[in-house]
Design a protein around this ligand. Structure first.
Ligand SMILES: Cc1ncc(COP(=O)(O)O)c(C=O)c1O
Length: 374
């Protein structure tokens, strides 16, 4: 059997990884400034994480959600404290798209409405409702068109309030900072007025923190830069440092009903162990402080590259906008300088999503490489 060929691949075969580095089958060492799409939070193969997963596997890796799993309770408690979101309840699933599916479903169950407001350039996943609220025609199949979705401009609050007042909207879904779309984000005034508009019109505000959460922007969740309180928050990527896990945080005024959501694999013992270990390491190593320190350093050093027209994003969720398309530069960074970076819908934007433990010296290596290449 061959693979169903859907990914354009770089010809690199990673076989080992440690902290911010990856080694391929030819023993070439790469600096990972992309974290496999913003997934690696605490660093590759962190020893506490590896030990915890091995230990858990020796005990029990999986049983179904029809029995007690104290690891889920421990994870919810730790996540509430770490994120300062103790007044939310946690539903566990396996991926970002799945988290958004469940969030949208809850919003529709609760409000008994079905239209969703989403934003231009948004990305929320590739499954049914998640892809329907994603602004990308190319990955939306005819079957996904059955969802009622209106795409609006970020920051154009009057347009949004006009739509909310029509009375048929169940949810507004918005990324804390847009990832795939190119690092745009709403202003604080926009987020505050959006929150108010949702509250006044019986609409749930869903913050997609799948990429922007878990400390990546310098606060646990990106919306915390704006002092708002979403009804639902979705997480994945950095949550498991590579182990598949997603979460839906639901404000506790929204009551659960038995059977309303469910999953076979979500919240299994191994996934919970990975996610607990991630939170422990973020606290033990004060990784969110490191995000802020290294980010400030990055913004300073990148001024030395005049061809960078603009630096977008926050913390270690960054986009460097050049006045040329970056595909070639990205290739040269990988093959000549052995540094992984990312692309985005904006072809002039180079995305930087390193592990949260990246060092100033590693940023120096990147800036030096850029200087030599352009
Ligand atoms: C903001 C955002 N939401 C949702 C998703 C979908 O996550 P997954 O690929 O785990 O389904 C992504 C993935 O890139 C994302 O960046």
């Amino acid at each position: 059997m061959n693979l169903f060929n859907v990914y354009p691949l770089y010809d690199i075969r990673p076989i080992r990884a440690e902290v911010c580095y990856i080694w391929d089958d030819k023993n070439i060492k790469y600096l990972d400034l992309y974290g496999g799409h913003g997934v690696i939070s605490i660093g590759h193969s962190h020893e506490d994480y590896v030990e915890r997963l091995k230990d858990q596997l020796d005990r029990i890796g999986f049983y179904s959600n029809s029995v007690q799993n104290p690891l889920q309770v421990e994870l919810a408690g730790k996540l509430g404290k770490s994120s300062n979101c103790e007044d939310y309840n946690l539903f566990l699933c396996n991926s970002g798209a799945e988290a958004n599916e469940n969030a949208l479903k809850m919003a529709s169950f609760i409000t008994k409405k079905k239209r969703v407001i989403s934003f231009k350039n948004s990305f929320h996943g590739r499954t049914s409702a998640a892809v329907a609220v994603t602004d990308n025609e190319q990955i939306t199949a005819p079957i996904n068109k059955q969802q009622e979705v209106t795409f609006l401009d970020l920051d154009k609050i009057d347009q949004i309030l006009y739509e909310l007042e029509k009375g048929d909207v169940c949810a507004v879904i918005i990324e804390g900072v847009q990832g795939v779309g190119g690092l745009d984000e709403g202003s604080t005034d926009f987020f505050k007025r959006l929150e108010k508009g949702c509250n006044e019109n019986d609409v749930l505000l869903i913050l997609d923190e799948i990429q922007s959460g878990y400390g990546r922007t310098g606060k646990f969740f990106a919306f915390q830069h704006h002092g708002i309180k979403p009804d639902i928050i979705t997480t994945a990527k950095g949550m498991g440092n590579g182990f598949p896990i997603g979460g839906v945080l639901i404000l506790d005024r929204i009551k659960a009903e038995l059977g309303i959501l469910g999953t076979t694999f979500g919240g299994n013992h191994l996934a919970c162990s990975a996610a607990i270990s991630v939170l422990d390491v973020i606290a033990k190593e004060d990784l969110i402080a490191n995000v802020n320190t290294v980010s400030t350093y990055f913004f300073e050093r990148i001024k030395e590259i005049p061809m960078v027209r603009k630096v977008k994003g926050r913390g270690l969720m960054l986009g460097l906008e050049f006045d040329f398309e970056v595909a070639d530069l990205r290739k040269k960074l990988i093959f000549d300088k052995h540094i992984f970076t990312g692309g985005s819908a904006n072809k002039n934007l180079l995305r930087i999503l390193p592990p949260l433990c990246v060092t100033k010296e590693q940023i120096d290596a990147f800036v030096d490489a850029l200087k030599e290449l352009i």
